[in-house]
Design a protein around this ligand. Structure first.
Ligand code: GLY
Length: 594
């Protein structure tokens, strides 16, 4: 990775913080129109003496307007991006509870413009120390079915999000910790309006056992058992009390105090009882890890390394595309064919090699080795699709043992936000409780994750070869989360990421190709229909222009599926000293600046 230098973003830091909403974009699933993104509301912007609009010096893009506004207000009051992240995440926990929260885990990529330093923080959940590779085997010795594993305390990993927030705040925060939790405390006490997306998620999850356990049932359902409807005012006094404890005591009550005790009790569900102990919670640590950076044309694309497969797989896809004229081809069937072929090869490596590198030897360097990627790219025929599944390669490495592939998918119960502050601190953070509503187990007003189902439930292939992503005590399950920051000439130019399970990698990589190769505006890139290949069929997003690729790709030999893809991308581009925000039209997010 390059040496990152102090950048011209210090100019942004010199600007006054302006508390002006300049860009609001909200569209629920029902509004999934392909209309152009709304233009920034420049008429509302502060203007200079000459009448020119003052560019935003701060910006937040997040999955719910209340969360984005909580972050914007912190920035407007002089807080840092880390301060804003605390406000955004705690508000998301309340208003988008199905996706993320202190009961889950997260990864953050952080660019500190003041000292020119890029870091990543790993707040991924961990398996209980007593867990072993038989964790997901039933009495018959076979792996339990995925949904059977999800529901109940057994799927709950030790949460990391709160400790990650505390670490971010300790390193980069300026404002009082307790004040940053106040917006979520107030909203939890006074109530918030259930959004159309949350209401639809509750209704859909009813048949997935969301109403099995108390207190989850009485929080999300009426006394008569009906899912709470959009527009309903929902109060969460238990969450307010939890946040007050955390406001006063930091993460200690959560990891070692009365909240920890309640988590341990809550996971002892009637079915699928968990084995988390107070010692597991007390032992949890956030880990700072080296970022994974790959050169791509004039850019450096940086993200989170293992235990997520995100940056490595995106890096492989881009590394293989480097030798093809993607800019010249534009968003054509020929370009998407090359993209899908590169993705097949990258997902083959992902399945075989990628897991928690603290536990399994991983060829991290070899997977991104330019000569290795060139040899993999040579397998791509521009005129014909390769058969699937493509085989994993043999990257240059000498650390790894022989392993068997894991094809465990991750489900889309996740959120992503991006923040830029006036001093040039930038955060790209993806955060999750795994599937929508996690394990369905709730305590003290927040849901607990089901992240342990991101492990391979089978510990080994049929021939006994161990799977890298098998369960081990204290290990972090493999993720697809891909918080990303792109640099050019050492300066950040784009923050981006998405929820969405294992297609997250594609949602981010699609948009990267659109912005970096095709020069698309961030909003247009997020609006664009998705093209996904996870080493099998080529998936084209239903209801979008991607459907029109079907015939041409089929002629090249692709097996095609047309299906919905529910990404939730958020992005901020830094261009000519201005911040340009974008929010995915598939969800309810907004980008707000000031
Ligand atoms: N649980 C979703 C992910 O980690 O990718």
């Amino acid at each position: 990775m390059p040496e990152f230098q102090r950048t011209s973003l210090g100019v942004l830091g010199a600007m006054a913080v302006l508390a002006i909403l300049v860009f609001t974009f909200a569209a629920g699933p029902a509004d999934r129109a392909r209309s152009p993104a709304p233009a920034p509301a420049t008429d509302d912007r502060e203007r200079t003496e000459t009448g020119a609009a003052v560019p935003d010096s701060v910006m937040v893009a997040a999955a719910h307007p209340l969360a984005a506004e909580a972050g914007r207000a912190v920035l407007a009051a002089g807080g840092t991006a880390a301060d804003a992240a605390v406000a955004v995440q705690t508000m998301l926990n309340l208003v988008e509870p199905q996706s993320s929260g202190i009961g889950g885990g997260a990864f953050a990529v952080i660019w500190d413009g003041a000292d020119g330093r890029l870091t990543t923080l790993d707040g991924r959940e961990k398996a209980p120390l007593a867990a072993d590779e038989t964790y997901w085997l039933g009495e018959d010795g076979e792996p339990v079915a995925w949904w059977d594993a999800v529901v109940g305390g057994r799927s709950v990993g030790v949460p990391g999000t709160l400790k990650l927030l505390e670490t971010l705040h300790a390193r980069h925060g300026r404002m009082d910790w307790a004040n940053l939790l106040q917006p979520a405390i107030d909203a939890a006490e006074q109530g918030f309006t259930i959004s159309p997306r949350l209401a639809a998620s509750i209704a859909a999850a009813q048949e997935k056992k969301l109403d099995l356990f108390e207190p989850t049932r009485s929080y999300f359902f009426d006394p008569n058992g009906s899912p709470r409807a959009a527009g309903t005012l929902l109060r969460n006094p238990a969450f307010a009390t939890t946040l007050r404890l955390i406001a006063a005591g930091g993460s200690a009550p959560f990891y070692e105090g009365e909240i920890a005790a309640d988590i341990v009790a809550a996971v002892r569900t009637d079915i699928n009882a968990g084995i988390l102990t107070p010692e597991d919670l007390a032992a949890y640590t956030v880990v700072e890890r080296a970022p994974i950076c790959v050169p791509y044309r004039a850019y450096e694309v940086c993200g989170m390394g293992p235990p997520t497969s995100g940056a490595l797989t995106i890096g492989q896809i881009l590394g293989m595309l480097e030798g093809f004229d993607m800019p010249g081809l534009g968003p054509s069937p020929e370009a998407w064919h090359l993209y899908a072929e590169a993705a097949k090869l990258a997902y083959a490596d992902r399945a075989l090699y990628m897991a928690d590198a603290d536990f399994v030897p991983m060829p991290t360097r070899g997977l991104l080795d330019p000569d290795y990627l060139a040899s993999r790219a040579a397998l791509i025929d521009p005129s014909a699709a390769m058969p699937t599944p493509a085989k994993a390669g043999t990257p240059p490495w000498d650390e790894a043992a022989v392993q068997a592939p894991d094809t465990q998918p991750e489900r889309p119960g996740t959120s992503h936000f991006v923040i830029v502050d006036a001093d040039g601190l930038m955060i790209s953070m993806t955060t999750t409780i795994e599937t929508g509503f996690g394990s369905r187990v709730m305590t003290r007003g927040f849901l607990l994750n089901n992240e342990l189902t991101d492990f391979s439930r089978a510990p080994a292939a049929e021939d006994g070869t161990p799977i890298a992503n098998r369960v081990e005590g204290g290990k972090r399950p493999r993720s697809s989360m891909s918080p990303t920051i792109v640099f050019r000439d050492g300066a950040p130019v784009l923050l981006i990421g998405s929820p969405g399970g294992s297609p997250i990698i594609h949602y981010v990589a699609n948009a990267l190709v659109a912005v970096l190769d095709w020069g698309m505006e961030p909003q247009a890139a997020l609006d664009m229909g998705h093209v996904v290949n996870r080493n099998g069929v080529t998936e084209l997003e239903e209801g979008t222009e991607a459907e029109a690729l079907a015939d041409a790709l089929a002629t090249l030999g692709h097996e095609i599926t047309v299906r919905p893809h529910e990404s939730g991308l958020h992005a901020i581009q830094i261009k000519d000293g201005a911040l340009i925000g974008a929010a995915d039209p598939r969800r309810e997010g907004v980008a707000v600046g000031g």
